[in-house]
Design a protein around this ligand. Sequence first.
Ligand code: ATR
Length: 282
Amino acid sequence: MGYLFGLVGYPAKHSKSPWIHEHFLHQHSQQGAYRIFETSPELLRDQLHALKLVEVDGFNVTVPYKEEIIPYLDEVDEYASSVGAVNTVHVKDGKWIGYNTDGRGYVRSLLEQYPDTKLNETRVLLLGAGGAARGIYRALSEVGCPVIDIANRTASRGEALLSLRCEGTHSSVLSLAEAENELSTYDLIVQTTSVGMSPNEDNQIISLRNVRDRAIVSDIVYKPFETSLLIEASSKGARVLHGHGMLIYQAALAFEQWTGMSVEADHILTKFEQQLKGDTTC
Ligand code: ATR
């Protein structure tokens, strides 16, 4: 029999998730499959009811349903509920339990690449305030980052993130111009918007002229692999964190939630990096 996992989203057919999860299954010599349940908005309700009848062990949820899935769940864990979005559903004793592994996946990708990072001493600048930023903000606050400032084009959206703050984190909302000027005060800069994503590869959300030497600059965009922001970061002596790690580690955390087995993601990370560098269609 083996495990059955899946993905609910729209569009979803080009997702890398089947490839990633089949790799994890193989790593543990487990039988199983990961299916794509591409579901248009008008069919979401019926598709989810149909999914309740299938013996699925767990599934991921992607755009545009990370919030819409919540009313269909029996339980939502505390982190996902505070972020207001679910990307992982674990089916346990017939119950659908919602989790969110995006932000924690980001933190794991950071620590896997830079294990010496002392997050409780790290001053963070978050660029953007959309769905991805919410998850990352909460995850970084939860692990004790003392400062997480938010710079967003629209100030009111930046302010909305402040309700996700855990005790011990201080946050201010800045304009993108202010962030550019203050850049040297941050140890970690996290770009969470789609600015710079292919085909608009020349776009860059802020200039890094004031970045501190050895700061970590990370971009969640992974197509192109080297975004314009990361190219500038390297040229200024900063360290970089590429965007594909978040995708791989959010999947690793979902797999661990579903199976109770821990995964080692180095190999797949390298393979994915090779694909991104060599093949723009992957
Ligand atoms: P996601 O869920 O993928 O994070 P989103 O909720 O639409 O997507 O959020 C997109 C983020 O990218 C927002 O922070 C948005 O800024 P606004 O809140 O001002 O809209 C930011 N963004 C998108 N395009 C941008 C651009 N050209 N310049 C600056 N910020 C941009």
